[in-house]
Structures are given as C-alpha cells and as structure tokens.
Design a binder for this molecule. Structure first.
Ligand SMILES: [Zn+2]
Ligand SMILES: [Zn+2]
Length: 327
C-alpha cells in the first residue's frame, strides 16, 4: 500500500485550456485533511469524481458547494470541475492518492451503515492492484472486477486480467485496447501543408498505427522527425498482451467496416480468452456500429456476465437500450 499522503507541485488550468499561472504552487493530499491546493482546502466528500488526462487531473466537485474565492475563480466554464496540471510526472500518483483516501473513507461509511443495520458480515471491499482505490464488492460475484478509477480489470485475489493495467477504452476511438502516450512529431513542408511540431498524444495501438501511416511519408523527405515516428511504430507493436495479439487489427477492421474479417480475429481471441469483458465489449461495439443490435446486445451481456460492474458495457447498453430492444 502506498503512503497515505503526497506532496506535489501543480498549476491550475484555465477555461481556455492553458496554465493559469507561470509558476507552480504546492499541493498536498493526505487522509486526515483532504486536498490542499495552494492553501485552499477540499474535502474528499466534496468530490463526485476524478479524471486523468496525461499530466492533468480533473476534480469533479459536487454541485452547490461553497468554495473559497481562489477555487471559484479556477472552475471550468459552466461546470463544477477544477483542472490541475501536476508537475514531475506525478499525475497518476496524485489522482490515485486522492482516490485511495476518498474510497477508503466511503468504504468505512458503508461498513458502519452495514453494522448499524445489524449486517456487519455482508460488506466486502477490495483494493485495485494498480491504483489501490477500493471497490464495494458486497454484491459482486463475477469472475472479474472493474476499477472505476484506473480501468484495470482484476479478480478477487487482486490479480490483473492479462496486462489489463495497460488496457482501457481509447479516448479517441472508444474501443478497448492498449493505451499509451505516443510521440507525434511532424516536420514537413508540402505545397498544401507545413508543419514543425511535437506533442504527445494519448491513444490506443490502432489509432497510433493510423497516425504513423499518416505522418511517416510526410516526414520522410526531411528525416528530422523520422526517429520519433519510428519510435511511435515500435511502441504500438512492442510488448502487447499475447492473449490479445490480434486486438489492434480486429478493432481497425471493425472501425473500417470489415466486420467479417474482424469477427474471425475476435472469435479466435474469444477461444483463448473466454471471459474477457474488454474483448466482448469491442465485439459489442463493432456489431453496434454495423447495425447488428442483437449480436451487440449478446456481447455486452457476455461482458457483464464476466464482470458485473464493467462500466463501458453497462453505459452503452443503457444508451442504446431502446434501439437494441426495438430491433
Ligand atoms: Zn484502479
Ligand atoms: Zn483508438
């Protein structure tokens, strides 16, 4: 279990998406006092969710909170979200420290509520092996458990499903796949487009392959950006989960509308991964995209059978429930 407090440096991100100040301020997360952001305090009860995007952490606050003026000034437009940029590559650790403390307090409250009702033995909780946030598993009897906070899938012995600590929904294509921060270097001058830029982009192996194919030939004449582009290719091909070796290709075929070929690859992976909620989710998503709602529904149900609290499948089922039932 990691330490229960963390000190960090941060900057607020303003409503236009850039840092609000030139210099960073000091922050601290600890179990007793909550979150300190440059002298302004937030309690864990004030939060309804936390988000992570690269080195930025989003703190989703409950509505109608009374905030101090410095915090009110930093809220994103028309929302109750504070976004902070964490320095020194600590964003995941700080988000995890916040999630550990607030879930641990929430679980204590649930436990006390169970004791008050005279049912102390019915309450069960489990900590995620990657981020250590706790999940209530009192009513969860499926083979796999989903961590809402970091999207890792694990079992009751806290063993992750394959390399699932590296796999989650891609923020670009929304398919389950391995997600990483890829380098996007562009250095080319063509009559139609001139670019000299470098940024990191968070996406899955399939989206990274598309990016590689888009920029490699443009970068080739000037050589300058080629090493970063080759490294991008190395990253999306290297060290995949062997059990999901064809997943990136299957997702690409599905996204491009070739469901017949995609299904061949998905089916061969299902033979090796009978109860894989992420794989079933991809198949459901692919069938939903192709209009075969019956097969989509079947695969989402299989995903939830394997992992009762698998939110991606649950959300899509709720979203398309009406259309799936009507067809
Ligand atoms: Zn987790
Ligand atoms: Zn993607």
């Amino acid at each position: 279990m990691p330490s229960s407090y963390s000190n960090f440096r941060f900057r607020f991100i303003n409503r236009w998406g850039s840092a609000a100040t030139l210099f960073s301020a000091n922050g601290r997360v600890d179990r007793e006092n909550g979150i300190d952001l440059g002298g302004s305090q937030l309690q864990y009860d004030d939060l309804s969710d936390t988000l992570l995007d690269g080195n930025r952490v989003g703190l989703v606050l409950k509505p109608y909170l009374t905030l101090t003026r410095p915090l009110t000034d930093q809220l994103q437009a028309n929302s109750t979200v504070l976004v902070i940029e964490i320095m020194d590559d600590f964003a995941f650790n700080i988000k995890s420290a916040i999630d550990q403390n607030r879930t641990s307090l929430a679980m204590e409250q649930l436990q006390h509520a169970g004791e008050a009702k005279g049912k102390p033995n019915l309450f069960r909780k489990i900590a995620c092996p990657k981020c250590y946030a706790q999940t209530d598993v009192s009513n969860l009897a499926s083979p796999w458990i989903y961590c809402h906070y970091c999207e890792t899938i694990f079992n009751q012995f806290q063993q992750t499903l394959g390399k699932s600590e590296k796999y989650r929904l891609c923020p670009i294509c929304q398919y389950y796949n391995r997600v990483q921060l890829f380098p996007e270097a562009r250095f080319y001058f063509t009559p139609k487009e001139s670019r000299a830029s470098y940024q990191e982009i968070e996406c899955c192996d399939t989206c990274a392959q598309r990016l590689y194919e888009t920029i490699v030939w443009k970068n080739a004449p000037f050589l300058f950006a080629l090493p970063a582009t080759w490294y991008l290719r190395f990253m999306y091909t290297d060290d995949r989960d062997p059990a999901l070796a064809e997943l990136a290709q299957a997702n690409r075929l599905a996204q491009d509308g070739d469901l017949k070929q995609a299904d061949v690859l998905y089916s061969s992976m299902v033979l090796r991964n009978e109860n894989h909620p992420g794989l079933r989710y991809c198949m459901g998503r692919a069938y939903l995209q192709s209009g075969d709602n019956k097969k989509a529904f079947y695969n989402f149900r299989e995903a939830l059978e394997a992992c009762h609290n698998y939110e991606p499948a649950r959300k899509l089922l709720q979203l398309y429930k009406k259309e799936i039932v009507e067809k």
